[in-house]
Design a protein around this ligand. Structure first.
Ligand code: PBG
Length: 334
């Protein structure tokens, strides 16, 4: 057989995916997954006082904000196209029953009212948990060193109702007590908030990646850990069980947390349910990318976009991320 003929047959056999990667326009046209600032939720840490903007040491570009500064931040976010924030409060004082969490004029309740008054279009998600408000840093009431489940439910439900009264749009319980979604749904309905959506931290793992958050929110447990209520990182079948329970109890959106180390879990919930899936790219995921970038070891904007895309591709339509603002700023420059 002539040599030329052999070569052209071999070349005909090559399948050429590179044809679709030739130019930027071509790559954009065949892109399967898209990110948009409107699907991102930006976490805000609210502290007492006025005029306060304190950068969190382990989370570059993330600030603890007083209520007035949080309002300004929301106006900026809205201009950038970020349409949702999730609020965490650091109260003036803490006690054993976390009363700051469900106080009418608590720090989150004040922030919700102020943001709603000044930036009414901003969608406000509130995190419901006691750990930022208890002097022991645990997510529920204690008896000795045991976290009590059922007595904690009443306080979580009260917290949710007080957030609703302040004007929150979505309630996000992150405590991982059994039965909390049902208890909160019931309390909201009873108080006339039937239309308020619940985004449950359905699948929240006992993760080492929450470290920087606990600095930012002053919520580290004073003893022990959260393994008696948060999930074992080794389990995924149990994630489906948690998801099913929360849906049965009335959750509208299911969240997986952390995100990047649990893409398989995001995907399992995406395939196994018919509700929107949210994923929380947590403080440690954010901090490690920043730390590597500061050392010159990674390009921050590249890995930010790549990690967000991965979470989206796995099946999360909503991503809670400390990168939301930076991502939107990048978009507005394009
Ligand atoms: C509990 C809560 C935590 C986070 C969100 N809600 C901390 C925890 O469970 O210890 C962590 C978020 C993050 O790491 O960014 N209120």
């Amino acid at each position: 057989m002539p040599q030329d003929f052999e070569r052209s047959t071999a070349m005909e056999m090559i399948v050429r995916p590179r044809r679709l990667r030739r130019t930027a326009a071509m790559r954009d046209m065949v892109r399967e997954t898209h990110l948009h600032p409107s699907t991102l939720v930006y976490p805000l840490f609210i502290v007492p006082g006025t005029g306060i903007r304190t950068e969190v040491v382990s989370m570059p570009e993330v600030f603890q904000l007083s209520v007035d500064e949080a309002v300004r931040e929301c106006a900026t976010l809205a201009r950038l196209g970020v349409r949702a924030v999730i609020l965490f409060g650091i109260p003036e004082t803490k006690d054993s029953v976390g009363s700051g969490a469900y106080a009418d004029n608590g720090i989150v309740q004040r922030a919700v009212r102020a943001i709603k008054a000044e930036v009414p279009g901003m969608l406000i998600v509130t995190d419901v948990c006691l750990c930022e408000y208890t002097d022991h840093g645990h997510c529920g009431l204690l008896e000795g060193d045991r976290i009590l489940n059922d007595p904690t439910l009443d306080l979580l439900a009260q917290t949710a109702v007080s957030h609703a009264e302040a004007g929150a749009d979505i309630i996000a319980p992150s405590d991982m007590m059994d039965g909390r979604v049902g208890a909160i749904r019931h309390a909201l309905d009873k108080n006339g908030f039937q239309e308020l959506a619940l985004m449950s931290y359905a699948v929240k793992y006992a993760s080492g990646f929450y470290g920087p958050f606990r600095d930012a929110a002053h919520s580290a447990p004073s003893f022990g850990d959260r393994r008696s209520h948060q999930m074992d990182p080794a389990n995924i079948r149990e994630a489906l069980k948690e998801a099913r329970l929360d849906l049965d109890e009335g959750a509208d959106i299911l969240m997986v947390k952390p995100a990047l180390p649990y893409l398989d879990v995001i995907n399992a919930l995406y395939r196994g349910t018919d509700v929107p899936i949210a994923a929380y790219q947590v403080s440690g995921e954010y901090a490690m990318l920043h730390a590597a970038a500061r050392n010159g070891w990674l390009d921050l904007d590249l890995v930010m976009e790549e990690s967000l895309l991965a979470i989206r591709r796995a099946g999360a339509s909503i991503i809670i991320s400390y990168f939301a603002k930076r991502f939107a700023q990048g978009r507005s420059l394009e």
